[in-house]
Each structure stands twice: as structure tokens, then as C-alpha cells.
Design a protein around this ligand. Structure first.
Ligand code: 5GP
Length: 180
């Protein structure tokens, strides 16, 4: 059953589950025999990290960061403030930053620079979604779930004004929902 505010489902629950399992298998293979620290950027990546962690067979630890990106709710400004920092030290550890969506890349670029200065053993990025052709700064992203068109999407952790995070699929909102 599709939510009435959703114009189109672009990734179904089954498609998401299958791809997250593949990503977990990739990470398990690449980090075999090592412990991985998954760092989710709240709040959008919360659902993704929970599912991803359960698909990884090598030991996994979890930590969380929260950042705020100034600007309107549907556009990235690139100005980032850390609202919640990691609880753990990451020096010498295998860190994978777990992102919900890579749009301009400005938020992630800032975060990666910040985390790299803490001297992890390895530092990689996994993003569930990547808006093709939208990156304004180059980001080396080792794992990508799906390339998607440049549309504002919600569901599976992603919100619009804090709504729709609990939708089990990812969809495009009806334009009428934005009308103020
Ligand atoms: P960037 O700095 O890469 O432009 O923006 C990254 C952040 O912007 C994401 O983590 C997410 O919070 C937000 N964002 C970018 N595109 C979308 C979108 O299509 N839907 C939602 N819900 N958030 C988005």
C-alpha cells in the first residue's frame, strides 16, 4: 500500500533488502578477519545501518554522529555543524561512514576531512543512494547501493519535515506536498 503523498516508488522494500544484503556481503569479504566500525550519520542513515550491520559477518561496532546542514530542507548549503560527535576514538580502526544519500557531497566532504584527522586505520564510505551527476565535490565512495535520478526522495530513513522516515520503500513525493 503506497502512502497517499508518494507519487512513485522507486525502490521497493524487496529491492532494498536484496541490495543491502549484497552490500553486507561485499563488506564482509573486504574486511574478513577485521573488526569494522560503522559510523552512521543521523538521522537518515539509522534504518540503513541497522539493516546493513545484520548482513555483515565480520565483527561490527556501531557509532553515530549527527550534523546539521544549514539551508532549506530540500537544498544542501555545505555549511555543516556537528551536533553529536562520536562516542568512540577511531584512531587505528577500520571506519566505514554510513550515509543515506549522497547529493552535492558537501556534507560528506566536511565529515571525511574531520574524521581523517583522527587517524583511523582505514576510512571508507558507503551510501545507500547516490544522485548521479549532482556531486559538487569529488567523494571517493567505496560502496554505493543505488544511483538515483535527481529527485527529492523519502522513506527508509529519509524524511521531509521529519515525516515519511518509516516508509519501508523509497519514493518520490507528490509536488503538492511541498506547496506552502
Ligand atoms: P549533500 O551535502 O550531499 O548535498 O546532502 C546530504 C544530505 O542532504 C543527506 O544526508 C540528506 O540528509 C539530505 N538530502 C539530500 N538529498 C535528499 C533527498 O532527496 N531526500 C532527503 N530526504 N534528503 C536529502
Amino acid at each position: 500500500m503506497t502512502h497517499p503523498d508518494i507519487k512513485e516508488i522507486i525502490l521497493t522494500e524487496e529491492t532494498l533488502r536484496a541490495r543491502v544484503a549484497e552490500l553486507g556481503a561485499d563488506i564482509s569479504r573486504d574486511y574478513a578477519g577485521e573488526t569494522v566500525l560503522l559510523v552512521a550519520v543521523l538521522r537518515g542513515a539509522a534504518l540503513f545501518i541497522a539493516d546493513l550491520a545484520r548482513e555483515i559477518t565480520t565483527p561490527v561496532e556501531l557509532d553515530f554522529m549527527a550534523v546539521s546542514s544549514y539551508g532549506s530542507s530540500t537544498k544542501s548549503s555545505g555549511v555543516v555543524r556537528i551536533l553529536k560527535d562520536l562516542d568512540e576514538m577511531i584512531e587505528g580502526r577500520n571506519v566505514i561512514v554510513v550515509e543515506d544519500i549522497l547529493d552535492t557531497g558537501l556534507t560528506l566532504k566536511y565529515l571525511l576531512k574531520n574524521l581523517a584527522s583522527r587517524k583511523p586505520k582505514t576510512l571508507e564510505v558507503i551510501t545507500l543512494l547516490n544522485k548521479e551527476g549532482k556531486q559538487r565535490v569529488p567523494i571517493s565512495c567505496k560502496y554505493t547501493g543505488f544511483l538515483i535520478p535527481d529527485e527529492f526522495v523519502v522513506g527508509y530513513g529519509l524524511d521531509y519535515a521529519e515525516k515519511y522516515r518509516n516508509l519501508p520503500y523509497i519514493g518520490i513525493l507528490k509536488p503538492s506536498v511541498y506547496a506552502d
